[in-house]
Each structure stands twice: as C-alpha cells, then as structure tokens.
Design a protein around this ligand. Structure first.
Ligand code: FES
Length: 173
C-alpha cells in the first residue's frame, strides 16, 4: 500500500516535471521560430475570427520584463485576462477563463505555461493551446495592437472559443 502511494507520488512529480520541461521547450522553439520569421515578432495581428471591442490601453505593459506576465481585465472589468511578454518583442494576451469549466488560469513563470488550478488544465503560452488536462479548446486570445508612443492596447478577442464561453455563461457561471 505504501509502495503504491510512493509510486503515485513519483508519477505525479514526473508529470509535473514533464509539463515544466515541455512548456519551456515549446517556448524555446517559439523563440527559434521568431528568429527565422521576424515578421511574427509584432503583437498578435487581428484575424478573421476576431470580435472587436472598445480598445483599451493596457496600463503597465511597458514595464513588463521578458518572461513575465501582467493581469488585466478585458473587454469588461469582469473579464480577467493576462498579458505575457514572451521575449523582447513578442507579446501575447489571453482570457484567463479556462475553456473546460471557466476557472481562472494563472501564468507560471518557471514552466512558462498557463495552468488552471481546478483540474490542472495546462495551456502553452505562445498560442494558448491545450497541452494537458481536460480542456478541449484553446484559451480565448486577446488581440493586441501597438499604438502611438509604443503603448500596447487590447482591441478585440479572437472568437475561437465563443461557443464554449457561451455555453459556460448559459450554465450560470
Ligand atoms: S476548469 Fe480548468 S481544467 Fe477544469
């Protein structure tokens, strides 16, 4: 019985270690892609599926160091979001609403993943795609724009998760 418990602990630690390594490796791969494709270093461009919302300047974005994050709200004060500075010139922003059941994801600098505390769903920082756990859809992406003075603005949301978010809202979350 005790041996089984020990094995389970080891597997859990292995899973966490693998998760950390994988997220970090993915980020390094992303950096490699950036070097090969400098055009991708600007803030995320609006896409066909983007839903525009009133633009809002992300206060404090200019002080963000590479590899760190800043929590903000967008498009309303009730919509938790996170801005990530992946490298000197690459930013990403996502809704913090987990696509599984709506818990709020957190950015973990050590692993460079977005993790959900409810059921351990894990998303990659570069695209918001699911890497581990029960979520079936990526995180909603906040569309960014660099405006006058080099300030970063949120201008919309990539609607790739609209269906899931609508379902969650109907569920009374
Ligand atoms: S609510 Fe995030 S993994 Fe379940």
């Amino acid at each position: 019985m005790q041996i089984k418990s020990h094995v389970e602990t080891d597997q859990s630690e292995l899973s966490n270690t693998t998760r950390r390594v994988f997220c970090t490796d993915l980020l390094l791969t992303s950096a490699g892609l950036l070097l090969a494709a400098p055009a991708a270093t600007k803030a995320a461009a609006p896409q066909d599926s983007m839903v525009a919302y009133p633009p809002r300047k992300i206060e404090g974005a200019e002080t963000l160091l590479p590899g760190s994050s800043l929590y903000f709200n967008y498009p309303t004060r009730n919509d938790a979001a996170v801005l990530l500075r992946l490298s000197e010139s690459e930013y990403r922003a996502y809704s913090r609403r987990c696509s599984h059941a709506g818990c709020s994801v957190d950015f973990h600098p050590a692993s460079r993943c977005l993790m959900c505390p409810c059921h351990r769903g894990t998303y990659d920082a570069r695209m918001g795609h699911v890497m581990f756990g029960p979520p079936q859809r990526p995180l909603d992406e906040i569309v960014l724009e660099v405006r006058a003075g080099g300030h970063l603005w949120a201008v919309g949301k990539n609607s790739r998760n609209t269906e899931i978010i609508t379902q969650n809202l109907k569920g009374g979350d």
